[in-house]
Write a protein that binds this ligand. Structure first.
Ligand SMILES: [Zn+2]
Length: 269
């Protein structure tokens, strides 16, 4: 799957969480729904930090290029250190460590932990994921070399959103008693959605590492080969993307309409 489809599926997944949360009686405030969707869209791009030519490597100039080199090499080291005799020989770390449930849990936990550090840590999470979401969702615009505008815009929006969320009770502290602790959810979800997206494409992803399956710690989890479509091909553009948009719109409406519906039911009793 290519970057734009990954980001779109991240945003849709968060809107689906919004619909479920509404249905279960803990509706997300609209701003949490919107911000979470953007953060999840950004996080859904992040696992390709292990690929030196991925969209993400260009997002923050030399800093992201350095981060890509580091993650790629780290992933390769972990692959080689933990592979069994049945895992294939491979060079490079792409689609290994950052494409596991472990990475999803670790990044979600890291975001949860960072939220306790206060304002600047939260602003940094907003900023990084907003830039990534623009790279993923508005990629045509971002590819035209609008890096500095993207950074400035993301910084300004992060600041405004932070002020809005912090000044209204029930927003920053939605679901958790500590403000912004919920940021771990869209980030872990984004990684999982990315992994599932890759599992639908040609080569699968080692979701369950390090749990051995069929003697392989890096077992490539995915749909049966005949059902897989190639990253960036017609199925992705003509079927998957429009389908995601429709599901996203339905979930978005669901997140708003379900609480209204349950409120109107309450008023009858
Ligand atoms: Zn990937």
């Amino acid at each position: 799957m290519m970057g734009p489809a990954h980001s779109l599926s991240g945003a849709v997944a968060w809107l689906a969480v919004g619909a479920v949360a509404a249905e279960r009686g803990t509706p997300m405030p609209p701003l949490v729904l919107a911000v979470g969707a953007v953060i999840c869209a950004g996080a859904a791009l992040a696992p390709d930090l292990d690929h030196k030519a991925a969209t993400i490597s260009r997002s923050f100039g030399p800093i992201s290029r350095l981060a890509c080199w580091f993650t790629h090499d780290l992933a390769e080291i972990v692959y080689k250190a933990t592979r069994t005799r049945r895992d294939s020989h491979r060079e490079g770390g792409h689609r290994t460590l950052t494409h596991t449930w472990f990475w999803a849990a670790a990044t979600g936990a890291a975001a949860y932990g960072l939220s306790f550090l206060g304002k600047w840590a939260v602003l940094a999470i907003f900023f990084v994921h907003l830039v990534l979401a623009i790279e993923g969702l508005l990629w045509r615009w971002a590819r035209r070399g609008h890096d500095v505008i993207t950074w400035l815009l993301s910084a300004a929006v992060s600041w405004i959103v932070y002020e809005q969320l912090s000044n209204h009770p029930g927003q920053a502290d939605w679901l958790f008693p500590h403000p912004y602790a919920w940021l771990g959810l869209p980030i872990a979800l984004g990684v999982l959605v990315h992994i599932l997206g890759d599992a639908l494409t040609e080569s699968g992803a080692p979701l369950f590492w390090p749990i051995p399956i069929d003697g392989k710690r890096w077992y490539p989890f995915g749909t049966p080969k005949v059902l897989r479509f190639r990253a960036g091909d017609k199925v992705e553009h003509l079927l998957v993307t429009p389908l995601l948009v429709v599901v996203g719109v339905l979930c978005g409406f669901g997140s708003f309409l379900l609480p209204i519906h349950s409120l109107s039911q309450l008023s009858f009793h």
